[in-house]
Design a binder for this molecule. Structure first.
Ligand code: SF4
Ligand code: SF4
Length: 376
């Protein structure tokens, strides 16, 4: 039986001191838990089991081509917005074995690959990244070539979303209508509130599984004051978006400007490193790589994440369709903002800002769109 909106409606409050019981409840249900952790001076997503694994007391500062962590006196658990990792690595790994064959005398035998997928819980998924997962679902589950492994992993997933109470210098989810408050696609959604002597999470349930987990955690029904404090925290993020993007008529504007000379200028700055595609939560392009062992007895086919910024990506017989850096950058940005709406009914960008932070030369997709429009 699925729960009605009314049954979800009452919001609960979980005290900071009881946060561990959320992780314990998930562990008792045999979930592998992953969440944000600090490594090499950045926040990445990795396996966690203790509250102390989270980036307690850290916040991120992001700008064009820059990402810094600094200490936060508040000791928040979720003060950092995002880093270079995306959640898709748990659903659609960078490398995946898709075929294996072994030679047996003159016979070639295809090996059966394990099809059990892990039961995963993701802690701290932001609203922009929930939208990114919904975009991946459209391509990898609802599209004409469904990915079985992704579908199985997605089905087994438990999502604890976190509503943003601050925004990074590169966030623009408000422009993309993807945040900062999670509205669907989660099992539990938390808003972290820290004021004077109080530190707690206002918790909303989004599914039966979420409700079942909440019942195992000490909590009380949220008071009007606690709900108001959570709303105020989210409004703080709304008012502090680092960037903005005008989306009205954006696909049409870009399509009109396919030959705009401004593309050459950004093409000259772009290093074709592919960082922007690697850190993007919606990029899903892959290539296939065949490997054999030295004895020639075992062959494997691996699916690997690829990037439209490489010359090889658009190679067909006779050469690459996009041989210049300009044409590859234009393809990447046009796909996100002009072609994706035609293909999938949404933009291919959720405004997370990662591509702006992790571009070594600080190219900013919002600025490039503005430049093209202003030069019309
Ligand atoms: S294009 Fe950039 S801002 Fe948009 S979703 Fe991808 S990484 Fe985030
Ligand atoms: S836009 Fe930046 S991150 Fe993307 S390929 Fe070019 S240099 Fe690399």
């Amino acid at each position: 039986m699925s729960l009605t909106e009314k049954q979800y409606a009452p919001k609960a409050v979980v005290a900071r001191k009881d946060f561990q019981s959320l992780l314990d409840a998930l562990l008792s249900q045999k979930y592998e838990i992953s969440g944000p952790v600090v490594r090499d001076n950045a926040v990445v997503y990795d396996r966690i089991s203790q509250t102390e694994d989270l980036p307690i007391g850290w916040i991120d500062r992001q700008n064009h081509g820059t990402y810094h962590l600094s200490r936060n006196k508040k000791k928040s658990l979720f003060g950092c917005i995002n880093g270079s990792h995306t959640w898709k690595k748990f659903l659609y790994p960078m490398e995946k074995l898709v075929l294996e064959a072994r030679r047996d005398g003159k016979k070639i035998e295809l090996q059966e690959l394990p099809n059990e997928e892990p039961r995963q819980a993701l802690i701290g998924v932001r609203s922009c990244d929930l939208h990114a997962l919904q975009i991946l679902d459209k391509v990898l589950i609802e599209g004409p070539y469904a990915d079985l492994s992704y579908s199985r992993r997605r089905k087994n997933l438990f999502i604890v979303a976190v509503n943003c109470s601050r925004a990074s210098g590169n966030c623009f989810c408000v422009s993309m209508d993807t945040g900062p408050k999670a509205t669907s696609g989660f099992d539990l959604a938390l808003t972290e509130v820290i004021d004077d002597d109080n530190h707690y999470f206002v918790c909303e349930t989004g599914s039966e599984s979420g409700l079942a987990i909440l019942k195992q955690i000490p909590h009380h029904e949220a008071s009007v004051e606690e709900l108001a404090a959570a709303d105020k925290a989210i409004q703080n993020a709304v008012s502090r978006m680092g960037r903005s993007l005008k989306t009205d008529q954006l696909p049409e504007m870009l399509q009109r400007n396919f030959d705009n000379p401004e593309w050459e200028k950004v093409g000259q700055r772009c290093l074709s490193c592919g960082n922007c595609t690697m850190v993007c939560p919606t990029c899903f392009c892959t290539t296939m790589e065949d490997r054999t062992d030295l004895s020639g007895q075992v062959m494997q086919r691996w699916r690997k994440i690829d990037s439209c910024h490489t010359v090889e990506f658009s190679y067909i017989h006779g050469g690459s369709i996009r041989s210049s850096g300009m044409s590859r950058y234009r393809q990447w940005m046009m796909h996100k903002l002009a072609y994706w709406p035609e293909q999938f009914g949404t933009f291919g960008c959720v405004g997370c800002g990662r591509c702006i932070s992790w571009c070594p030369v600080g190219i900013d997709i919002t600025e490039e769109a503005r430049t093209i429009e202003n030069s019309e």
